[in-house]
Design a protein around this ligand. Structure first.
Ligand code: 13P
Length: 249
């Protein structure tokens, strides 16, 4: 059985005090759930987040990392540094990194390889822009994003990878993919995985949906058979909203 996950990507939000306050509230109110719950605060607050959550079921992830393990890369963070403070999961390939920081499939492939070499779990994001969908190219685009960054991996790597389908047109816009659109794409992703890696791996990979998930729409999206949870932006910044979403799984 693949695991269900609800992850909060806090992006560039919450200072130190706000981070500890939100984490304490979240840990205190966390419902009993079989799903994994993950939060990704900013780099500067990761170490404190790990300390604050010690003993809680909530796990901490990073939002990014560099593809080298050390060296002259001013302003960058190495995966080993994350492991060293107890962060074992990293989000890679978010559409904001691709759009604003020039991250390409080739660069992401390098980050994926380094993260795995360092024993990290990856939440790998991808998804089409509105023009791709309007032009009917969304399946083709998603397939190429996956194949270019991930399909060089051996079968054994997939137990360390979570996929997060985030259609760019649904991120922060209040417009979600309909549950049917999410299911259609997730089923396509699983089929694409199956054709290269076989059904056991395809059935075992957790595929999250991200893009304007809220307490009011989470349970309908999560009820779809190939949707195994969500990667949540804005609604993960308020404990009650995030918990409402966790309750939807
Ligand atoms: O980008 C997202 C999560 O990584 C989704 O953001 P929103 O939930 O704010 O649309």
């Amino acid at each position: 059985m693949r695991s269900k996950i609800v992850a909060g990507n806090w992006k560039m939000n919450k200072n130190l005090e706000e981070t500890t306050a939100l984490l304490n509230e979240l840990a205190g109110k966390l419902p009993d759930t079989s799903a994994e719950v993950i939060v990704a605060p900013t780099f500067v607050n990761l170490a404190e987040a790990v300390k604050t959550l010690g003993g809680s079921k909530v796990q901490v992830a990073a939002q990014n990392m560099h593809f080298e393990e050390s060296g002259a890369f001013t302003g960058e963070i190495a995966p080993g540094m994350l492991r060293n403070i107890g962060v074992n999961t990293v989000i890679l390939g978010h559409s904001e990194r691709r759009a604003y920081f020039g991250e390409t499939d080739d660069l992401l492939k390098k980050k994926v390889d380094t993260a795995l070499a360092q024993g990290m779990r990856i939440i790998f994001c991808f998804g089409e822009e509105l023009e791709d969908r309007k032009a009917g190219k969304h399946f083709e685009l998603v397939e190429s994003q996956l194949k270019n960054a991930l399909f060089h991996l051996p079968a054994s790597a997939w137990k360390h990878i979570v996929l997060a389908y985030e259609p760019v047109w649904a991120i922060g816009t209040g417009e979600t993919a309909s549950p049917e659109q999410a299911q259609e794409m997730h089923a396509f992703i699983r089929k694409t995985l199956e054709s290269s890696y076989g059904s056991e791996i395809a059935q075992g990979v957790t595929i999250l949906y991200g893009g304007s998930v809220k307490p009011g729409n989470a349970s309908e999206i999560f009820s779809k058979p190939d949707v195994d949870g969500g990667l949540i932006g804005g609604a993960s910044l308020k404990a009650d909203d995030f918990i409402g979403i966790i309750n939807g799984i």
